[in-house]
Design a protein around this ligand. Sequence first.
Ligand SMILES: Nc1ncnc2c1ncn2[C@@H]1O[C@H](COP(=O)(O)OP(=O)(O)OP(=O)(O)O)[C@@H](O)[C@H]1O
Length: 266
Amino acid sequence: MQDAVRIEGVSKTFVTRSGQVHALADVSLTVGEGEFVSLIGPSGCGKSTLMRLVADLEQPTAGTVEVFGKTARKARVDQDYGIAFQQAGLLPWRTVAANIALPLEIHGVGRRERRSRVAELAEMVGLSDFADHHPDQLSGGMQQRVAIARALAERPRLLLMDEPFGALDEMTRERMQSELARITAETGAAVVFVTHSIPEAVFLSDRVVVMSPRPGRITSVITTGIGRDTARDEALRESPAFFEKVTEVRAALHGAPVRSPALEGR
Ligand SMILES: Nc1ncnc2c1ncn2[C@@H]1O[C@H](COP(=O)(O)OP(=O)(O)OP(=O)(O)O)[C@@H](O)[C@H]1O
């Protein structure tokens, strides 16, 4: 089996007008094929930066990033993954179906194949009845589901998701989590998922990666055992095994060493 993502000894320093910002320091992380890994940590600890390095939207100052054994650049060019970020990023003038079809269109997939794939995806995210609607006719949760369908259009073996449910109310958010768990189980895609929510990270993940305040480092990696030992269903949210893991992640998060503000930016 080939790893989906391999990050080795990665550091990232931004040079700004007011000096250097050490966003990440010596981060190493491997995400296996089909594995769901969440990144959690205080605001500004470099979660989005790490994601952007994997997506080749930033270059590391030191270290290497590989996606399915390729450089991050090659994987981006080959479109080896789907991306869903906090803002759904839909094109307002296109219908739901046309938004989902966009990556297929760009890659020259024929009309007939496109149509059947879009129908399949719309059904997968429960939006078959809304295929002809425009984004402004949908709720935030529905828009996010369109974004997920679009990210899945080309059957990527990897999804990069940066706080995709951050803007949703709690009920919609839990529903979306269940749907994402079902979809990834169905497709076998690996996922790297950034969140601020401990229960969300525990519910979805095989492993939860806890990061320290800036410069971001990995301070703990917690294996949930969920999905393997327990199904990701509504009963899980009430189960002792779930609470146990939530407590473990919370302790790891709060136990992360806090740097004094005087050291910030060094
Ligand atoms: N392009 C940039 N130029 C300068 N500094 C940047 C740039 N991008 C990020 N940073 C800085 O790097 C640090 C990490 O930012 P990043 O957005 O990765 O954190 P995060 O953990 O995703 O935060 P949040 O949880 O608030 O979304 C922050 O101090 C941020 O200000």
